[in-house]
Design a binder for this molecule. Structure first.
Ligand code: 1HN
Length: 374
């Protein structure tokens, strides 16, 4: 009696049983029974989830977090004692957002890790659809991308765009350590992952060392052949720190700065002035001594790396204190401001998922405290 399934049409109306015998079914119960019946047919009511699907504003699951380099470095060197680069393929400690533990991501849309290659080791060649940026923290060595060896030392940015074969090696005296930023969560969401191992030997060098940076690393003076470049990523694989810091200091000296980010430069694709990769944008910014930026929020999430100096980033009211070589994350749509109360400029590198927001027409930014109009 009162078997809800009967109402589903399995039995004719005249055979539903004697309703007078049953207790009154509450509205809530009959709705729930109806919802359960829908689930049996792979359907669901929209009205019970409409505002979870469409909150008024973005809601991030990721939380603001800082990884202290002291701890990361110590754990990385412990990993170096336990596992060879050959055994690991990539010896990386993944920076996992505390709210996304076990999901290999620093924010909902960005993967970040810190990689160690010990002197004399190589990380064997492979390629995958995920694009990567490498920002060098310490040591010297190289990443070879499509047969071009890109030399790496502190502050250099190296790109391994999606699909490009790459390997790494540490050929200096010291451990080589860098920040990896990859678009893994985005590619995973698109179910567009392809991976190919390319053997155990270092990739053959088919071009001069640092060839792309030498040829196209001065966007005011491009070789005309650059017009023929039709890939979605920058043709430059290396952005040396000497040039980045010189440009940043010159920008700061010129007096140009933004209220929300201090003096900031985007690493660009010299073909079109756009982001370095179709899924990720990279920035370097200088927060002058004794300054505080205006608080703002934007839909992209960001992974920051502290190149120089110390300060605090206030994210949704939470204070993230950082110093040299630390890494921290600001989730999408989190209100954030950078504070540098020290006597020295602070310099931050960051990687964000901004190009995806822009390409899809989803990019929004807004000053803190303003409810609408972004
Ligand atoms: C990868 O290929 C590298 O080439 C580093 O160094 C980290 C994380 C997930 C998938 C591929 C590298 C990675 C990765």
């Amino acid at each position: 009696m009162g078997n809800y399934k009967a109402l589903d049409g399995a039995r004719p109306t005249w055979d539903r049983g004697d309703m007078a015998d049953t207790r009154a079914v509450t509205e809530a119960e009959s709705r729930q029974q109806f919802y359960d019946s829908l689930a049996d047919h792979s359907m669901a009511p929209l009205w019970t989830s409409l505002h979870d699907l469409l909150p008024e504003e973005p809601r991030s699951q990721a939380v603001p977090h800082v990884w202290s380099y002291d701890i990361v470095r110590r754990k990385l060197l412990e990993a170096g004692d336990l596992v060879s680069a050959r055994d690991a393929e990539r010896r990386v400690l993944v920076l996992e957002n505390p709210a996304l533990a076990g999901r290999s991501r620093a924010t909902e849309r960005l993967y970040a890790g810190i990689q160690l290659v010990l002197p004399g080791e190589i990380a064997v060649p492979h390629r995958h659809s995920q694009a990567a940026i490498r920002f060098v923290i310490e040591g010297t060595g190289y990443t070879t991308v499509e047969g071009e060896q890109c030399r790496m030392s502190m502050g250099d940015l190296v790109l391994t765009p999606g699909g490009c074969p790459h390997d790494h090696g540490a050929d200096g005296e010291d451990p080589l350590i860098w920040l990896d930023g990859l678009d893994i969560p985005i590619v995973e969401f698109m179910r567009a992952t392809f991976f190919e191992a390319l053997g155990d030997e270092p990739m053959p060098l088919t071009k001069p060392v640092n060839a792309s940076a030498a040829a196209m690393g001065r966007a005011r003076l491009n070789p005309p052949t650059i017009r023929g470049w039709d890939a979605a990523h920058s043709p430059l694989f290396l952005y040396p720190w000497t040039e980045t810091i010189a440009a940043l200091e010159a920008l700061h000296a010129s007096g140009q700065s933004t209220p929300t980010d201090g003096s900031i430069l985007e690493y660009v694709n010299p073909v079109n002035g756009g982001p370095v990769l179709p899924t990720m944008a990279c920035y370097a910014q200088l927060i002058p001594a004794g300054t505080r930026t205006d608080a703002h929020r934007h839909t992209p999430s960001a992974v920051y790396h502290v190149v120089q100096g110390e300060g605090t980033t206030v994210v949704d009211g939470r204070e993230l204190s950082w110093s040299e070589k630390d890494t921290f994350v600001v989730p999408g749509w989190a209100v954030h401001e950078h504070v540098n109360e020290s006597q020295q400029s602070a310099v931050l590198f960051s990687v964000t998922d901004e190009p995806v927001h822009r390409a899809l027409g989803l990019y929004r930014e807004r000053p803190a405290g303003q409810r609408r109009g972004g």
